[in-house]
Design a protein around this ligand. Structure first.
Ligand SMILES: Nc1ncnc2c1ncn2[C@@H]1O[C@H](COP(=O)(O)OP(=O)(O)O)[C@@H](O)[C@H]1O
Ligand SMILES: [Mg+2]
Length: 270
């Protein structure tokens, strides 16, 4: 359903700050598949998700959703099909608005016309039902300012709103990384419930090796703008945290070998 074909992205090209964030990434995601994305800092995980969401246009390559080329679509046009949750609990909800108003905005996503956010009686009842499913005790607090919620509560609500309209694709970028362990656990429980309920195709970046082995049906590891590991099916099920740590070690060792080889070459040519 999502097809990423050989995309590349270089930031600050031609300057001393040039970064080749994506170097020819290809990835096809099946309907309902949950793909976990891991990799060292700066390996291009967020850049990959941003390319799919349309934050920028890749320098080359193309992106297809349900067979339609969306490479040139602006971010807002893709937002109708894509739900997103970021690491920062404050980026997914609008401050200075109530919980109910935030939900009304989410419920209107992708609809044209009046963007007002007055919460009608029937809508309110619907919201209360949704929110009570979170088991965070928020159902009686729809009129409260969203700013009064904890990071975990906000993130759970953001996830609920991102999946409210059942998007074609869900992008989660380290959505529990900023939370305390207990809140992270709650948000992960909710994430798993949504995976089971909606079977929505997902790209989920995580820093947690435990989440990486226990969640999703496929795992990719990125390194220096490339996919260096792609595991699915029975192999994914068998995967242990120790295997992933080993893989990170292997990459580090190869890198050290590369840099010492570069040293030798430099010495040979001075
Ligand atoms: N908007 C940007 N401008 C300049 N450099 C960027 C931008 N976004 C990402 N980068 C750089 O691209 C590389 C990959 O970043 P990112 O995809 O955020 O890594 P990850 O999410 O895997 O930690 C990093 O070196 C980062 O500094
Ligand atoms: Mg990132």
């Amino acid at each position: 359903m999502l097809e990423i074909r050989n995309i590349s992205k270089t930031f600050n090209a031609g300057t001393p700050n040039e970064v080749r964030s994506l170097r020819g990434v290809s990835l096809t995601i099946d309907e309902g598949s949950v793909v976990v994305v891991i990799g060292t800092n700066g390996s291009g995980k967020s850049t990959l998700l941003n390319a799919v969401a349309g934050t920028f246009r890749p320098d080359s390559g193309s992106i297809l959703l349900d067979g339609r080329e969306i490479t040139d679509w602006p971010e807002h046009r893709r937002a109708r099909f894509i739900g997103r949750v970021f690491q920062n609990p404050f980026s997914g909800t609008a401050p200075g608005m109530t919980i109910g108003e935030n939900m009304a905005l989410a419920a209107r996503r992708g609809r044209h016309g009046n963007l007002g956010w007055a919460v009608s009686g029937s809508m309110k009842q619907q919201f209360e039902e949704h929110v009570s499913a979170l088991r965070l005790g928020l159902e009686n607090r729809l009129d409260n300012d969203i700013g009064n919620l904890s990071g975990g509560q906000r993130q759970a609500l953001t996830l609920l709103m991102a999946t409210w309209k059942k998007p074609r694709l869900l992008l989660l970028d380290e959505h529990t990384a900023a939370l305390d362990p207990r809140s992270a656990e709650q948000v992960i429980r909710l994430t798993n419930e949504i995976f089971a309920r909606d079977r929505v195709a997902t790209l989920m970046v995580t820093h947690s090796m435990s989440q990486a082995v226990h969640m999703g049906d496929r795992l990719i590891m990125m390194h220096q703008g490339r996919i260096v590991l792609d595991v699915s099916g029975a192999e994914k099920k068998r995967l242990r945290v120790a295997d992933l740590l080993q893989k990170f070690d292997d990459i580090r060792r190869t890198e050290q070998l590369d840099s010492s080889a570069a040293d030798i070459l430099r010495e040979a040519y001075v």
